[in-house]
Design a protein around this ligand. Sequence first.
Ligand SMILES: Nc1ncnc2c1ncn2[C@@H]1O[C@H](COP(=O)(O)OP(=O)(O)OP(=O)(O)O)[C@@H](O)[C@H]1O
Ligand SMILES: [Mg+2]
Length: 385
Amino acid sequence: MSLDTRTTTAGAGAPLIDLDHIVVEFGHGRNRFRAVDDVSLTIRKGSIYGIIGFSGAGKSTLVRTMNVLQRPTSGTVTFNGADIGALSESRLLPLRRKIAMIFQHFNLMPSRTVLDNVTLPLIHEKISKRDARAKAMHLLELVGIADKAKAYPRQLSGGQQQRVAIARALIGDPEVLLCDEATSALDPRTTRSILALLKDLNERLGLTIVLITHQMQVVKDICTDLAVMSHGRVVDSGSILDVFDHPSSELTREFIYTSGNMNKGITLMQTHPLFAREREAGHVYLLSSVGSGAEETLMADAHDRFGVTGNIMFGNVDVIHNTPVGMILVSLDGPDAAIDNALAYFKSVGVGATPLAELHVNESEENETPAADAATASERGDDNE
Ligand SMILES: Nc1ncnc2c1ncn2[C@@H]1O[C@H](COP(=O)(O)OP(=O)(O)OP(=O)(O)O)[C@@H](O)[C@H]1O
Ligand SMILES: [Mg+2]
């Protein structure tokens, strides 16, 4: 299908962080456990790189190798062309200001004011207190919370606290901001405002962002690139539109259906007695397309060209980077040979067709990814930096 409406910046910049065959193992002997299993990926300058996966997939562990909070068992971590995986802790400290990180629970110092929290990373720097405070005030203005400079963290809402954490992360002029479920503790509206802030920082400062999330909606809203993790491995990666257009794993497809609210329709079609007739006829398909054009006249074309009628049961359209991403569940009707021809035609115009029986969904979630309720590994204390 025509991809000319794509305006993603994915892949535009030079490599900033390069992970090459990263393995992270915990424990010893029989208790040895491989949390990250041979992952290679490249984060390019200026991108917003989403990492999504079930709880325990290894997302936090992987992202923590990017600023070497977690040393890889094997493999290479390259930042701006330099191998940083084996640097001493003292040499890593200044580097971590360039590869800053924010967390789900903000991790602010409760006994210090907002302003002092933001200046904290500069404590060992050769910068006067006055200049540090001026810089911090500037950043608090940038993140829209300058009026709270003298407040204490407990006096702020979650969204406000995350803004402070972002300002604190920015004080070392980072090139990249690693966000480990930075919006998971926030309500949907506050989530949107923090995402808008991250996108704004990406555009205004050229800040590269790596963003772990459970919510595909977050990915669709701001990410240029996406990696899907499962059992320590990356099972899909690339520009978000490419991943949506050609998901290679079952898990990625599941995330995509769920985020498009198609899971409910799929489950109903697969199980509800109301749809027994369509189900038994065996001609229910999920049609999916990325890009504009063919899908608009698809059913009319199927009828005019092949005498196949299509009854649309459920549908969803998203717009990602100005590109329509559509999914419909249709029940096709006509002679078997005509349906085969129609399916071949769909394929030729770039519309994917997956039979109902081959669709796998998670039934417990409607608007979020299958792991939306499972922030347990982070709660366990991954983010106590
Ligand atoms: N320090 C550690 N020691 C032992 N095992 C660990 C350690 N850190 C993580 N693990 C294990 O590694 C696996 C991956 O954990 P990780 O926190 O990276 O997952 P995650 O994808 O971030 O999960 P979540 O979405 O719940 O935050 C899990 O099975 C976890 O229990
Ligand atoms: Mg995690």
